[in-house]
Design a protein around this ligand. Structure first.
Ligand SMILES: [Zn+2]
Length: 54
């Protein structure tokens, strides 16, 4: 299982979805708020956080 972040283009709501890696990209993702299929996957924040330390 992995978590994927999506953002709905219709209502601008961001949401997180837990999917099996095998299901990712195969199942249709819909917005939990407005049921729109116009969702875009966001790059997960943990991937952005690299070795930069402040
Ligand atoms: Zn929506």
């Amino acid at each position: 299982m992995a978590t994927y972040e999506y953002r709905c283009e219709a209502c601008k709501k961001s949401f997180t979805l837990i999917q099996k890696i095998s299901e990712h990209g195969k199942t249709k993702v819909t917005c939990p708020k407005c049921k729109s299929e116009k969702v875009k996957q966001q790059i997960s924040s943990f991937l952005i956080k690299t070795s930069r330390k402040s």
